[in-house]
Ligand binder design. Structure first.
Ligand code: NAD
Length: 543
């Protein structure tokens, strides 16, 4: 047991480097990009600390340069998932018994590696593998992941301090036990930080984990594993398998020792997982914890006092940074007709200056979308909008997949508020605007609130304090993260705890005590110093 009440180092958000011309970080990142481009890696699965190779090698390539090969990963099957589960269960007792400050130290060291010697590598891997520009990679892969680890350690120690009161003669205390069994981390392609946080949060609380990264983010997931191993993560605590989602889910969700899932991805996949867990509920030793952050149809609502330049910039950044492939990306905007002409002009002026191309050219704001399936789906919506009488494509609308999966930032003007691209999550650089009659603000808020199944992020733009208050209140359940005069993206760990409700997930707020509590099962212990020696109470005595 620890011999002291240790204070963890004060967590601070990792400062974001600029990568401006002439800075050392720019040069270091450019060198790392060249190095990674000049070699082909072979990524094994890591199971029980061992590197596992198979005879199925899957090519990894940049979405913006599909003929270039970054390397190969070793594709596994259900047998490898079983091996990973066994390795997690075998590592459990030692890891759970390790004093918490030693668990913390592993991840604090990993954070320092991410913000230090591995910064260029994790950023370059994210830029090449997931087609992110330097700034987007920096705020995600290096900074946010280091923040998750550092604030995770703080959350863990804050939880350990949550103790009950004790009356005279009694001492009560809580033990935050890891869950019995193993935890499954199933991660998306779009944020390296989320991919790293989902297995690490349960591990910090003493759990052992089977981690299946997205097939389109294996390249950076391999670097995360490298960092964790260099930081001293013991074998078997996090086991990384490269298998298809259904294969992993098939083995994991039917296992009696399955203790919980930490998921981020689409609503459809999350709902299918939840259903399978329900169907298998009699098989499990405990009720599995289900934590999932999923899709969004994130909005900006402006009234006629909005600052039109600030609104146009929020639309460009909020909708098109990382090609709109953020769960929080603005994808529907409601603007009153009286200011729409002005907003449209400013938006068009800004978009005319936007450059698209590979992230290795640092001047490109827009890079490629993640894969061919996403490209084809998005093109389908754009082509449909070009034909539909209920929509006009007013900016962008061109695309090309000959070199990489490039789609211009595209703005659709919807003539009715329930046009399909106002409702469905597209997950790409496509923004739909609906211009409403100024005297129909209340009706439009009602429509906004009932248009989609999601409630992840949203923003209001207004300079009228009464309107800001009214709209914020009216949209209380429409978003788990709500912004006033700001774009709805870019949540920072410990500043805007992130997560949405309704169809968007369980809203457990990644990186906070609320999330970390899900990875512990509390045992409350009561000790009585002078136990009663007779069963009667005073009222039973005669007068
Ligand atoms: P996805 O749902 O396609 O994949 C997520 C993970 O689930 C991947 O590892 C994938 O291989 C796996 N998977 C896919 N099909 C599966 C199945 N049938 N059974 C089991 N596993 C399966 O999501 P994605 O394309 O990687 O990510 C984009 C989605 O994630 C978007 O919907 C986005 O809104 C959401 N997202 C949400 C948040 C949030 O915090 N709310 C953050 C990032 C991304």
């Amino acid at each position: 047991m620890p011999k002291g009440f240790y204070n963890v180092p004060v967590a601070k958000n990792e400062p974001i480097l600029t990568y401006a011309p002439g800075t050392p970080e720019r040069e270091e990142l450019q060198n790392m990009l060249s190095t990674l481009r000049s070699q082909e890696v072979e990524l094994p699965m890591i199971i029980g600390g061992k590197e596992v190779h198979t005879d199925r090698k899957i090519r990894m390539y940049p979405p913006h340069d599909i003929k270039h090969t970054l390397g190969y990963y070793n594709q596994g099957d259900a047998g490898h998932v079983e091996m990973a589960i066994d390795a997690a269960l075998a590592a459990k007792a030692d890891w759970a018994a390790l004093q918490w400050q030693h668990r913390a130290s592993v991840f604090l060291k990993a954070a320092d590696l991410l913000s230090g010697t591995y910064r260029a590598k994790i950023n370059a891997a994210t830029m090449l593998g997931q087609s992110k520009n330097a700034y987007q990679a920096e705020i995600d892969a290096a900074c946010e992941l280091a923040d998750f680890f550092r604030f995770g350690v703080k959350a863990m120690s804050d939880i350990y301090k949550m103790q009950p009161g004790s009356s005279p003669g009694v001492w009560n205390y809580n033990e935050f036990r890891p869950l019995e069994g193993f935890v499954f981390a199933l991660t998306p392609f779009n944020f390296t930080s989320i991919a790293g946080n989902l297995p690490v949060a349960p591990a910090l609380m003493g759990n052992t984990v089977v981690w299946k990264p997205s097939k389109t983010a294996v390249y950076s997931a391999g670097v995360i594993m490298e960092v964790l191993r260099e930081a001293g993560l013991p074998d078997g605590v996090i086991n990384q398998v490269f298998v298809s989602g259904p294969v992993a889910a098939g083995a994991v969700l039917s296992h009696p020792q399955f203790a919980g899932i930490h998921f981020t991805g689409s609503t459809e996949v999350f709902q299918s997982i939840w259903k399978t867990i329900g169907d298998n509920i009699y098989k499990y030793r405990s009720y599995p914890r289900i934590v999932g952050e999923t899709g969004g149809k994130d909005f900006i609502f402006a009234d006629n006092t909005a600052d039109t330049q600030a609104l146009a910039i929020a639309m460009v950044r909020g909708a098109f940074e990382y090609q709109g492939q953020k769960c929080s990306a603005a994808s529907r905007v409601y603007v009153p007709k009286s200011i729409w002409g002005d907003v449209r002009k400013k938006l068009g002026d800004e978009l005319a200056t936007v450059k698209m191309g590979p992230p290795e050219d640092f001047t490109n704001f827009i890079n490629a979308v993640i894969d061919e399936a996403a490209f084809d789906k998005l093109v389908g919506f754009i082509e449909k909008a070009k034909q539909d009488k209920d929509a006009d494509v007013i900016f962008g609308g061109e695309y090309d997949k000959s070199v990489g999966y490039f789609i211009e930032p595209t703005v659709i003007l919807a003539k009715k508020p329930d046009y399909i691209t106002m409702e469905e999550e597209l997950f790409g650089p496509v923004l739909t605007v609906y211009a409403y009659e100024d005297d129909e603000l209340d009706k439009t808020l009602e429509i906004l609130d009932n248009t989609s199944i999601y409630a992840l992020t949203g923003a209001v733009f207004s300079q009228n304090r009464y309107a800001i208050e009214k709209i914020t209140k009216r949209l209380e359940h429409a978003a788990g993260n709500f912004y006033i005069n700001d774009k709805p993206t870019g949540a920072v760990v410990n500043q805007q705890p992130f997560g949405g409700a309704r169809g968007s997930g369980t809203n457990d707020k990644a990186g906070t005590v609320f999330n970390f509590l899900r990875w512990a099962s509390i045992r409350t212990i009561k000790e009585t110093f002078m136990p009663p020696k007779q069963y009667t109470y005073p009222n039973f005595q005669d007068d």
